[in-house]
Design a protein around this ligand. Structure first.
Ligand code: ADP
Ligand code: MG
Length: 240
């Protein structure tokens, strides 16, 4: 059982305060949706938790199973079991997916010999063509292909808690179904998920336990899946 606990988190980017006191707790097997208007700070929250150097934490705490994440470099956070599927996955020329995931397995003390087979099986699970797997990481992949690449990484690395920053963006209908179904299966095996999205469509296969609405760097309200329907119908305007 793992728990990501965020309390009173505040952060700046380029000298401007973006996160204004975020409180959020995600445990194993749970799916927490985070929705909110453009510029609300959703990607800032993911970047701050993952340890992106653009952001400066100015207050609050974030712990994974009681261990201070904010004191660790990004790689140690990953090793502790935190995973970020980026909104805009970074292209890394010269590094193949398998090479990266083998290093990750070694760092985690898992058998690197199993990695190639797992990648192939996970790609097949979501209908991701094997020919993309040999490319340098994310290089020359379409937006949707990058999102499937992130999903293969997630399913191979097997983190405790995954932050998915718009994993649905750019996916066609079939890929969206496959990706969200695979993530739902992983949650049934104990993965905790923080799923940032704008759209209900992510939640046809992946079932959210709690939905949070992030506005101006703060969680304005939290509730059940009915919030997704409400937002789909009336947008954020009605929230005030
Ligand atoms: P969301 O993901 O909710 O759409 P972001 O967290 O990406 O919002 O952005 C929140 C605010 O922070 C926006 O006003 C954005 O322009 C600003 N911002 C994000 N990253 C940077 C950066 N690296 N430099 C300057 N401003 C940034
Ligand atoms: Mg964003």
């Amino acid at each position: 059982m793992s728990t990501l606990e965020i309390k009173g988190l505040t952060a700046d980017v380029a000298g401007k305060q973006i996160l204004n006191g975020v409180d959020l707790t995600v445990s194993s097997g749970e799916v927490h949706a985070v929705m909110g208007p453009n510029g609300a700070g959703k990607s800032t929250l993911s970047g701050v938790l993952a340890g992106h150097p653009s952001f400066t934490v100015t207050g609050g705490t974030a712990t994974l199973d009681g261990v201070d994440l904010l004191a660790m470099p990004a790689w140690e956070r990953a090793k502790a079991g935190l995973f970020l599927a980026m909104q805009y996955p970074v292209e890394v020329p010269g590094v193949r997916l398998e090479e990266m995931l083998v290093e990750s397995a070694v760092a985690a003390g898992r058998d690197p010999a199993a990695v190639a087979g797992t990648i192939a099986a996970e790609a097949a699970n979501i209908g991701f063509e094997a020919r993309f797997l040999d490319r340098p990481l994310n290089v020359d992949l379409s937006g949707g292909e990058k999102k499937r690449n992130e999903t293969v990484q997630l399913a191979t690395v097997r983190p405790r808690i995954a932050i998915l920053d718009e994993i649905d963006s750019g996916l066609d209908i079939d890929a969206l179904r496959d990706v969200s179904r695979r993530i739902e299966q992983l949650t049934e095996e104990g993965l905790g998920v923080l799923a940032i999205t704008h759209y209900r469509r992510l939640f046809s296969e992946l079932v959210p336990d709690v939905v949070h609405v992030l506005v101006a760097g703060r969680i304005e309200r939290s509730g059940g899946p009915e919030i997704v329907e409400e937002l789909e119908a009336s947008g954020y305007g009605a929230e005030g």
